[in-house]
Design a protein around this ligand. Structure first.
Ligand SMILES: Cc1ncc(COP(=O)(O)O)c(C=O)c1O
Length: 434
C-alpha cells in the first residue's frame, strides 16, 4: 500500500554510505511492511525540544511529530522516568498509588461524566478496548467511521481504518461517512445526515450501531477542524440511533488543537468514551481509554481487564509528569497562539500561490491543500514541498485521501522563533518549485 511521503527504495537517493547500509539492514531485519519518510530518509540520533539531530551534525526543525508533545527528551519527563525505573516498575495487580495519581489527574481534564480510566500501551489497544466496551454496553455490533479514517493496527481497529487501503477490507459491520469538506454553517447538518444514512445502511444488513468513532481533528481525512461545533448534530444522530460517541483523541488530545485540551471540547460535545495515546507519554508507550462508568458496568461484571504493561508504574509516572508539564508550561495556550499566527502566515502565502488551496486546522495542527492548475489535489506537488522542506532542514509530511494535504504538527514547545524558521524555509521551497 502506498503511503503519503513514503521513501521508494527502488529510486536512488543521494545518501551517505552509513544511511544506505541502514536501509539495507532494515529491509533485511524488519521485512517489507515498514515505510520510511522522504525521498532522502532522515537519520536521527538525538532530540531536544523541537529539534532533531543527525549523526554528522545535521539539525532538523521538527514540525511533524506530535508524540514528543512537551519537546524531545524533556528533562523533567526523562528524570521522572529514570527515577521511577530505578525504584519499581510493576503492573496493576498490586496496590500502588502511581496509576491512581495518573487516573485522578487525567480524569480531571475530562468532563465529570467520564469517571473511569483504563490504561493500555497504544492508541490501537485503547480503541480496540473501546469497541469491546461499546459492543457490550449497547448490545449492538455496527460501527461508523469516516471515509479515510485511521484508528490503529489490531485486526478489529484496522477494519475501522479505510485509510489503510483496499487490501484491509472494512468489516461488514462498518459503514463510512464523509466528513464535511467545506466549513460552512450547514457542515454539522451535512455530517449528521451522513451518519443517519450510515445507520440506515447498517439496518439494511440487520445491524444496529454500537458507536460512531471519529478522530476529532480528522487528521487522516485531511485535517478538518471547522466550523467548531460541527460534530454536535452527528453525536445527537448516533445517540438517537442507540449508538455511542467515541472520541478518538490520539491525534487531537493533550492541547494539540489549542486552548481546548481535547479536540471534542472545540465541538462542545461530550463523548461516551474517549481514547488517547501518542503524546500521553512524550514517546513512552502509554495510552488509555476513559468512559462513563455505566458503560463499564456490564463489561466489568462479565469479563475482566488486565494489560501487562498498561498502567505500569513507570508509564503512570511518565504520563502524570507529561500532564503536569503541559499545564505548568501553558502549552495548550501556546499552541493556540503560535498555531493561529502560523496558520495565518501560511494562509497569506496560500493567497498568493495558485497551487496552495485551503489552510485548515486548530492550534498546532495545520493542514494545507496542495492543488494543480485546475484546482485538483496534487500529491506530486505536495511531495515536492515536503521533500524541499526536508532539504531545508524542516520536517513536515502529507496526508489526506489524495496525499496532497501538508501536515504540520510540531511538538507544542514550537514557538515564535521556530515558526519564523519554518516560514523562511517554506518561502524558499515555494519559490524553488515554480
Ligand atoms: C487517530 C488515531 N487513532 C489511533 C491510532 C493508533 O495509535 P497507535 O499507533 O498508538 O496504536 C492512531 C495512530 O496514528 C491515530 O492517528
Amino acid at each position: 500500500m502506498t503511503m503519503a511521503n513514503a521513501f521508494d527504495p527502488s529510486r536512488p537517493a543521494p545518501l551517505g554510505a552509513a544511511e544506505q547500509a541502514l536501509i539495507e539492514r532494515r529491509a533485511r531485519l524488519l521485512g517489507p511492511a515498514y515505510r520510511l519518510f522522504y525521498e532522502e530518509p532522515v537519520h536521527v540520533v538525538r532530540g531536544e525540544g523541537a529539534w532533531l539531530f543527525g549523526p554528522h551534525g545535521e539539525r532538523y526543525l521538527d514540525a511533524y511529530n506530535n508524540v514528543p508533545v512537551v519537546g524531545h527528551a524533556h528533562p523533567r519527563v526523562v528524570a521522572a522516568l529514570a527515577e521511577q525505573a530505578a525504584l519499581l516498575n510493576t503492573h496493576t495487580r498490586y496496590l500502588d498509588e502511581k496509576v491512581l495519581d495518573l487516573a485522578e489527574r487525567l480524569l480531571a481534564t475530562l468532563p465529570p461524566a467520564i469517571g473511569h480510566a483504563m490504561f493500555t500501551c497504544s492508541g490501537s489497544e485503547a480503541n480496540d478496548l473501546a469497541l469491546r466496551v461499546a459492543k457490550r454496553a449497547t448490545g449492538a455490533t455496527g460501527f461508523i467511521v469516516t471515509a479515510h479514517a485511521y484508528h490503529g493496527v489490531t485486526e478489529a481497529v484496522a477494519a475501522l481504518s479505510p485509510s489503510l487501503g483496499p487490501a484491509v477490507a472494512p468489516g461488514l459491520h462498518v459503514e463510512t461517512v464523509r466528513p464535511p469538506l467545506t466549513a460552512d454553517a450547514s457542515a454539522g447538518d451535512r455530517f449528521a445526515a451522513e451518519v443517519t444514512a450510515a445507520v440506515e445502511r447498517l439496518a439494511e444488513r440487520g445491524l444496529e450501531p454500537a458507536a460512531l468513532i471519529v478522530d476529532t481533528i480528522f487528521s487522516s481525512d485531511g485535517v478538518i477542524a471547522d466550523p467548531p461545533g460541527f460534530l454536535g448534530p452527528a453525536v445527537a444522530a448516533i445517540r438517537r440511533a442507540g449508538g455511542l460517541f467515541i472520541a478518538d483523541e490520539v491525534q487531537a488530545g493533550f492541547g494539540r488543537t489549542g486552548s481546548a485540551f481535547w479536540g471534542f471540547q472545540r465541538h462542545g460535545v461530550e463523548p461516551d468514551i474517549v481514547t488517547m495515546g501518542k503524546p500521553m507519554g512524550n514517546g513512552h508507550p502509554v495510552a488509555a481509554m476513559a468512559a462513563k462508568p455505566a458503560l463499564l458496568e456490564r463489561f466489568g461484571r462479565e469479563t475482566r481487564y488486565f494489560n501487562t504493561f498498561g498502567g505500569n508504574t513507570v508509564s503512570s509516572v511518565v504520563a502524570r509528569t507529561v500532564l503536569e508539564v503541559i499545564a505548568e508550561e501553558g502549552l495548550a495556550g501556546r499552541a493556540q497562539a503560535v498555531g493561529d499566527a502560523l496558520r495565518q502566515a501560511i494562509a497569506g502565502r496560500a493567497a498568493g500561490d495558485a497551487r496552495l488551496g485551503a489552510v485548515r486546522g486548530s492550534g498546532l495542527f495545520i493542514g494545507v491543500d496542495v492543488v494543480d492548475g485546475a484546482g485538483a489535489p496534487s500529491a506530486l506537488d505536495a511531495a515536492r514541498i515536503v521533500n524541499g522542506m526536508r532539504r531545508q532542514g524542516v520536517l513536515i509530511s502529507a496526508s489526506g485521501p489524495g496525499a496532497n494535504v501538508l501536515k504540520i504538527r510540531p511538538p507544542l514547545v514550537f514557538g515564535e522563533s521556530e515558526a519564523e524558521i519554518f516560514l523562511n524555509a517554506f518561502d524558499a521551497v515555494l519559490v524553488a518549485r515554480t
